[in-house]
Design a protein around this ligand. Structure first.
Ligand code: NAP
Length: 328
């Protein structure tokens, strides 16, 4: 049987890497199970891998590219001895000690490998939501996307109208980004006020290429398999009137779901499946020795810098807890 780890960090966004830096510097010899990159939701580095410029992370006066930032954080964690495996955790047993995590066997590619550990830091982030329409699913990767930064520069979206759905920071950020490529960006929102921050709202609404469509929902994505998306059928919630917005792309920017399915029945989650922290000032979860930080445990702030701060707290809590258990 393999050794028992002191601490295993699951996920590798700002929370995971910050936890790894702190845990490594505390001589916990952390193992980071970073994600296997099989799809967007399992990407080492997490959501920032799909962001271009991060302008609000303190310390980068000129901003920093999201991928570069994750690369720098990973290098910083490795410099202090963090070990990293690009693999994906499928299930856990936190009901017996040591704690067990099974991940995709990255040597064979099939089957599972088991890691046993005294403590765990969960920092698995969150993923983008879709509207849930059958037509939206049908046109995924054929004009429908949930990531302007990943897909916006594709030839299919150049010099044509596109739609962004949502009214939060993601929606205005994606709409603004898409104006670099599209001829016009319809910002379709179900209410008549955006919930995005004022500075980003002002910037978006001042942009001549962004056309807000208020009180409106998308009911169907229209198109053909050969041409991809050609429009969206909309409904105005105030008047009940339906219509068609001609466009060649639809970007869903309607929030996120925490990546916590593998914890169900093992760690207490809240009503929206975020990890339920037991103390608002700490990273403790319902399981002693299991700590959480970042977007998987934060339905409110969800910023890179708050995630990093939560990762720091999780590592410090893990360090203290291990010391209390006599694990050195
Ligand atoms: P969000 O703030 O939760 O906004 C989601 C938006 O989608 C809301 O406007 C919501 O409408 C709408 N929506 C939700 N479900 C919908 C549905 N089924 N159909 C139509 N519309 C729907 O999510 P977010 O924009 O992804 O932002 C998440 C967090 O990340 C926020 O704290 C945000 O500040 C932060 N963020 C920051 C930046 C940045 O600073 N650069 C960038 C991106 C995100 P209602 O308004 O009617 O609820």
């Amino acid at each position: 049987m393999a050794d028992i780890e002191k601490t295993v960090i699951v996920g590798s966004g700002p929370a995971g890497w910050t936890a790894a830096i702190y845990a490594a510097r505390a001589n916990l010899n952390p193992l980071v199970l970073a994600g296997d990159g099989v799809n967007r939701d399992r990407m080492p580095g997490g959501q920032l891998m799909f962001t271009t410029e991060v302008e609000n992370y303190p310390g980068f006066a000129e901003g920093i590219d999201g991928q570069k930032m994750m690369d720098v954080l990973q290098k910083q964690a490795r410099r202090f001895g963090a070990r990293v495996q690009n693999t994906y955790v499928t299930r856990v047993d936190f009901k017996t000690r040591p704690l067990s995590l099974w991940h995709v066997n990255d040597l064979s590619g099939d089957g599972e490998a088991l890691v046993r550990t005294h403590s765990v830091i969960v920092s698995t982030g969150a993923r983008a939501n879709y509207l849930g329409l059958a037509s939206e699913k049908h046109f995924e990767n054929n004009g429908v996307s949930a990531c302007a930064v990943c897909d916006g520069a594709l030839p299919r979206f150049r010099n044509v109208p596109v739609v962004v759905v949502g009214g939060g920071d993601s929606a205005v950020e994606e709409a603004t980004y898409l104006t670099k490529f599209a001829s016009l960006v319809y910002l379709v929102h179900r209410r008549d006020t955006l919930r995005a921050s004022k500075i980003m709202t002002d910037r978006a609404l001042a942009n001549q290429k962004i056309s807000p469509v208020w009180n409106t929902v998308v009911e169907e994505v229209l198109g053909t398999d050969a041409d991809g998306v050609t429009g969206v059928r909309t409904k105005n919630l105030k008047t009940g009137r339906t219509g068609v917005l001609p466009c060649r792309g639809m970007f869903a920017a309607i929030g996120h779901t925490p990546n916590t399915a593998f914890l169900k029945g093992q760690v207490a989650l809240d009503g929206k499946n975020y990890v339920a922290l037991q103390d608002p000032f700490r990273s403790t979860t319902s399981v002693p020795g299991v700590f959480a930080g970042g977007d998987c445990a934060d339905p409110v702030y969800r910023q890179a810098v708050t995630a990093a701060g939560m990762g720091c707290k999780a590592a410090l809590d893990a360090e203290r807890w291990l010391a209390e258990q006599g694990v050195h």
